[in-house]
Design a protein around this ligand. Structure first.
Ligand SMILES: [Zn+2]
Length: 386
């Protein structure tokens, strides 16, 4: 019915580039079977971001489940820099060559989204950021997008499928359609309050018909304590000085005793608008900037053949682990064969960030819940600059 490849087609390598199919044909016809170690690696981040947040590993493990391969990787949510190996796959090349296209697709896009979400959350600080961007992308990948946005640091997601993927309730306000069909903002807010379960915060959209200030006051006077917030979704063409509008609404609500009413803004929110508005609003609805985040163009290269180091021109040979000094934060890439690496400035053993996740097609390391990954991301992002 739709132009999509479902899980079965992806597992059956139907989304592979055909040159992998032909490579496997050649190798099989010639009876060539060699064990290789292949590394997933990034030369350059999009937009020259200094770091990325590695995401998509769980899907990759499910892709390779049942294949005769071992997988070593950074745990999902690990902050990494260009040049650091994020994943190494070990097996006979012809056994997994046709997985490459799908594998890269899983991590290139999820990492782009998680990284953008982490950057926006870092800028927003303790202000809430909610992901509203599902509508900009293909619906078949909504759960992946919203999970990556959440583990990157978004505080909530808007769709039913996305919320299910992270084990949360979806977050939402009111669309302009409700206001227009009911015909009046206050009336629509009252109907919503009558009908919708009490545990859903009453966040009323106030820019449909009239001036944001007067609509906010009317809604606050009608719902009183029950009103938890108002949303401004003014299109950029009508915004003028948006910050001034928000400040004015805040002032008018405060002097009338509605200090409890939060202000949420949405519509074209990106890093710049978050930095500009974070001190005058309480939360942001973030859409396209996160859901359509630029992908990270990881490559997948052979680094060892039959346990001998070998790589193409411009690529460092040998399977590698990434090590971190817990004390000073120093990072070092070393050959996987090295079992102990000492921090050269602290003189203490470093910790390997690379872990074994798969052995002969079986997942051997527990996969953490989205909440745990998100906490891990936030703890690392706190310590770095944008
Ligand atoms: Zn150190």
């Amino acid at each position: 019915m739709f132009y999509i490849a479902d899980e079965e087609k992806i597992k059956a390598n139907y989304t592979t580039d055909v040159y992998f199919v032909r490579t496997v044909q050649v190798l099989k016809a010639k009876g060539i079977s060699k064990k290789v170690k292949m590394e997933v690696f990034l030369k350059r981040t999009p937009n020259n971001y200094p770091w990325g947040i590695f995401a998509g590993l769980e899907d990759v493990l499910h892709l390779f489940e049942g294949d005769n391969v071992d997988i070593y990787a950074l745990p999902e949510g690990t902050l990494f820099y260009p040049g650091e190996p994020v994943m190494t796959i070990v097996g006979n090349y012809e056994d997994f060559a046709m997985r490459e296209t799908a594998m890269l697709g899983f991590i290139c896009q999820a990492t782009g989204i998680a990284t953008k979400a982490a950057r926006i959350k870092k800028l927003a600080g303790d202000k809430l950021v909610v992901h509203f961007g599902a509508r900009r992308m293909h619906p078949a990948i909504t759960p992946m997008i919203e999970r990556a946005a959440y583990i990157g640091g978004m505080d909530g997601v808007a769709t039913l499928a996305g919320a299910e993927a992270i084990g949360k309730n979806p977050v939402g306000t009111m669309p302009h359609a409700l206001m227009l069909i009911v015909g009046d903002t206050v009336k629509a807010a009252m109907f919503f309050d009558e009908v919708i379960s009490e545990d859903v915060p009453r966040i009323v959209l106030i820019d449909t018909f009239m001036d944001e200030k007067f609509e906010s006051i009317r809604v606050a006077q009608e719902l009183g304590e029950k009103l938890s917030g108002i949303r401004l979704d003014t299109p950029s063409s009508r915004r003028g000085d948006f910050r001034k509008i928000v400040e004015e609404v805040r002032w008018e609500l405060d002097i009338r005793g509605f200090k409890h009413v939060k202000i949420l803004v949405s519509g074209g929110i990106d890093e710049g608008s978050v930095a500009e508005l974070r001190d005058v609003v309480d939360s942001f609805g973030v859409g396209t900037s996160v859901s359509a985040a630029k992908t990270f163009d990881f490559s997948f290269d052979i680094v060892e053949v039959e346990d001998k180091v070998l790589a193409k021109r411009g690529k460092m040979s040998g399977a590698k682990n990434l090590w971190l000094c817990d004390k000073c934060g120093w990072r070092k890439v070393a050959l996987m064969s090295e079992e102990r690496v000492i921090c050269s400035s602290c003189g203490i053993p470093m910790k390997s960030l690379t872990e074994k996740f798969m052995e002969k097609g079986k997942i051997v390391s527990p996969l953490p819940a989205a909440d745990k990954i998100r906490e891990y991301v936030l703890s690392q992002v706190k310590k770095v600059e944008l």
